[in-house]
Design a binder for this molecule. Structure first.
Ligand SMILES: NC(=O)c1ccc[n+]([C@@H]2O[C@H](COP(=O)([O-])OP(=O)(O)OC[C@H]3O[C@@H](n4cnc5c(N)ncnc54)[C@H](O)[C@@H]3O)[C@@H](O)[C@H]2O)c1
Ligand SMILES: O=C(O)C1=N[C@H](C(=O)O)CCC1
Length: 269
């Protein structure tokens, strides 16, 4: 038996779930002990490695989150908002670190995560990659340095399966730009332009969304003024960057007390 932190992956059959199971199984810093899917999913009862089309990993896909979390030190969760809210309560019961990659929460759903964090470590970020978290810091710095002569636009592109918009990353970047300007994003957010919108309002932060093909994730923050334009860009070409960040958060969380954290805490940014 190993003393390495034991990790459960929820949404194990998903794009990120599979990437996480592969990344953890190849890591020598932790062990995969559970793979959770929603009740009724085809993969329940199968070995996760075999279900993914590879070798046996010795972990059977289950819909019993409580039993799985109880034997783990961390849960990595890239699913859907309502499932994540349920997993937060179960992770708190099990005193397991809950790493939340899920995006698309409403403000009300985000509030519902808080009670669980009184009993467990929660690390949540709309993007777990080092690159995007650095870009977020840069966005705040640039927004602080420039005045409202520079219109801020966040442009994001993702694969055609993505269900939420703007992306969690775009919202992180928008929040950072707003913070740099000393305003609340909710007061200046301009998303979903269509039809006779009227001219752009000075000080607004705009969002534009592209969905197509297999784009892993691309984000531009544009600062556009008369006569010049600054563009900060991140391009993800492999989901492994999100999985690596999530794994880092799961290990980092082992030595923290209950509370809500983000990737800036994990990465020391
Ligand atoms: N924070 C980040 O770095 C980051 C990176 C990539 C994706 N994401 C987010 O992660 C989420 C998942 O993305 P994806 O591309 O893997 O989606 P996906 O649809 O491929 O996978 C989601 C999985 O969750 C499972 N699921 C749904 N309800 C469940 C439940 N009640 N119990 C257990 N499993 C359940 C689904 O069956 C599916 O397998 C999205 O919100 C996405 O935006 C975040
Ligand atoms: O593929 C997705 O879905 C992604 N979601 C996150 C977001 O909403 O920003 C991170 C990038 C990939």
């Amino acid at each position: 038996m190993t003393d390495l932190p034991k990790i459960v992956v929820t949404g194990a059959s998903g794009r990120m779930g599979q990437m996480l199971c592969q990344t953890i199984s190849q890591s020598n810093a932790c062990t995969l002990v559970g793979a959770i899917e929603r009740a009724g999913h085809d993969w329940i009862g199968l070995d996760i490695g075999v279900a993914m089309g590879g070798a046996d990993m010795g972990v059977i896909v289950s819909d019993d989150a409580l039993a799985a979390f109880a034997q783990a030190q961390a849960v990595i969760d890239f699913t859907v908002p309502e499932a994540t809210i349920e997993f937060a309560a179960i992770a708190a019961q099990a005193r397991a670190v809950h790493v939340i990659g899920t995006t698309g929460f409403t403000d009300e759903q985000i509030e519902r995560l808080e009670p669980a964090s009184r009993h467990s470590v929660q690390v949540r970020a709309g993007n777990m990659s080092l690159g995007v978290n650095l870009l977020t810091k840069l966005t705040q710095m640039v927004a602080k340095a420039l005045d409202e002569d520079f219109d801020i636009e966040v442009i994001e592109a993702h694969h055609h399966h993505k269900v939420d918009a703007p992306s969690g990353t775009a919202l992180m970047l928008g929040e950072a730009a707003a913070a740099g300007r000393g305003v609340a994003l909710s007061d200046v957010r301009d998303a979903g332009r269509d039809g006779m919108t009227g001219a752009r309002k000075r000080g607004d932060i705009g969002f534009a969304v592209v969905r197509g093909g297999d784009i892993v994730g691309e984000h531009d923050v544009m600062f556009a003024a008369a006569g010049e334009r600054i563009v900060l860009r991140h391009m993800a070409t492999d989901r492994v960057i999100f999985a690596r960040g999530a794994l880092k958060a799961a290990l980092w969380g082992q030595s923290r007390g209950p509370g809500q954290y983000d990737m800036f805490d994990v990465l020391g940014l």
